[in-house]
Design a protein around this ligand. Sequence first.
Ligand code: 13P
Ligand code: SF4
Length: 312
Amino acid sequence: MEAQALERKAEMNRELREKLVQLKKERNAIILAHYYQRDEIQEVADFRGDSFLLAQKAASTDAETIVFCGVHFMGESAKILAPNKTVLIPDERAGCPMADMVNVDGLRKLKAQHPNAKVVTYINSSAEVKAETDICCTSSNAVKVINSVDADEIIWVPDKNLGHYVQQHTDKKMIIWEGYCNTHDMLTVKDVVEMRAKHPNAEFVVHPECRPEVVAMGDFVGSTTAIIDYCKNSNTQEFIVGTEDGTGYQLRKDSPDKAFHFASKFLVCPNMKVNNLKKLVKCLETMQPQIYVPPAVADKARISLERMLQVQ
Ligand code: 13P
Ligand code: SF4
């Protein structure tokens, strides 16, 4: 962008931020942002986190309005956990393709084929699928959740890559759905080999939504929060990062002197980037779009989410 255009954008963002402060007070609102959101959103968020921390925060906040800057299933989970609050999302087109890879009919068929199995569903799923679920999990607690379930056989939906990772940490028999994250699944062994050649002193930190052969190359494997904490606390100065590029905001904030190289230019989730500061301000101004979950679905889905929050 040329200098004048940059200055115009900076001025516009300053005005938007001032408006936001005012609106937040008027609406008694809290802004929650996933680590994959644009920097301009993470900068103004009251709370940043991965899927687990954000669900926990939504369940416990006193605010009357939750503005969920993430993708649709995250807003839905917030509404399910806090049914009496207004939950807004800056742009309701922010979906998650992986969440759309499993539906209720498919899951019911699988349940009929495996009547003794319990269903563990990744939080990246619709409210309807959660309503058919015994317990939900996120990438940060998946192993703990699976091992907490009182059954030897588990139906796992929808992420096959995370499922493969979890299978290595449990003796339970997992029946794994064939879904995947379009963004993390793009990262290849070749990408990592090339990055390691360019940055021989760097450690490779990787999210378990990546392909199993890529995850196997990791010096550290963990959820977005686990990766951020690991890089912050490590003595290593340089990292190759195998997760979505928005994570760079928190990584650089925590460790301005360390170097972070994203493992591929494709590690950008277009769905997460649909939200921006302008839409965030507008949704608080108009109080639209609001997340709605039919109460009968929400009541069943809440059981599976609350069970997850109780797993220590
Ligand atoms: P976490 O937030 O659990 O790291 O999951 C990553 C993700 O892809 C969210 O959509
Ligand atoms: Fe869905 Fe992957 Fe984007 Fe997360 S990063 S919202 S799993 S597509």
